[in-house]
Design a binder for this molecule. Structure first.
Ligand code: DHB
Ligand code: MG
Length: 223
């Protein structure tokens, strides 16, 4: 196998199972035009988020890291009419682009974008209805903080998805001085050891390169 085969195979799967999607393609074009990095989830992974929301019957989803709103649109479609997505974005300029793309995709009424550092915004969500699905895709250094809030703001049965756990195999490099790798590994250790979670992780390879995603079930939201 070669990276080119993986890319072509991912493209084949995306074409077959995701297909042409004007709302999502416009969101990507706006994101690229605004100069945001091309680090949104791959189309097949966006659809995975959408399917997980539907499989769970999620009505309320929380996203940490809006970027240009690509995964937000997938989640908003997944929670359905009457569902809600709260998405947190640290960069106001990203949030403005995302807001326009989400509205243009026709599901803007289901999405609230909260601007600020997630570590500051998450405590303000306490006391709201529990989230049924949480997608964590922000600064990797803060993964353990975000996982703690995912459990606290969730309920028994909440689905948690943690992006970018593979990092091109770097997570097995104990000598790393990359704080993103260390934060990713800390998040995985927390999923393994914290009794509030039961989790697994899958390596992914495709148009985004070599990475991975962790999936967790909240067993109990309490400490
Ligand atoms: C990075 C972050 C992401 O969420 C992603 O999907 C890919 C890369 C990064 O910060 O390097
Ligand atoms: Mg990511």
């Amino acid at each position: 196998s070669t990276p080119e085969n993986w890319r072509r195979t991912d493209e084949f799967l995306s074409d077959l199972l995701v297909g042409h999607d004007p709302g999502l393609e416009a969101a990507l074009a706006a994101q690229r035009g605004a100069g945001m990095p091309p680090i949104e989830v791959a189309p097949v992974s966006g659809k995975l988020l959408n399917l997980l929301a539907r499989i769970r019957g999620a009505r309320r989803a929380l996203e940490i890291g809006t970027l240009g709103g690509y995964s937000t649109i997938w989640l908003a479609r997944g929670v359905g009419d009457g569902g809600e997505v709260v998405s947190i974005e640290a960069e106001p300029a990203n949030a403005a682009i995302a807001r326009a793309s989400i509205d243009a995709a026709g599901i803007g009424d289901r999405v609230a974008i909260r601007i600020g550092r997630a570590a500051d915004v998450l405590p303000t969500l306490e006391g709201s209805e529990p989230f049924d699905l949480v997608f964590i895709d922000a600064d990797k250094q803060s993964n353990t903080i975000y996982l703690d809030w995912a459990a606290r703001l969730g309920r028994t049965g909440t689905v948690v998805v943690l992006d970018n756990v593979g990092r091109e195999g770097e997570i097995v490099n104990e000598d790393t001085d990359d704080p993103m790798v260390a934060g990713t590994r800390d998040g995985l250790r927390m999923l393994a050891e914290d009794p509030r979670f039961d989790a697994t992780a899958l390596q992914t390879v495709g148009i985004k390169g070599w990475d991975g995603v962790a999936l967790a079930l909240v067993l109990s939201p309490g400490p």
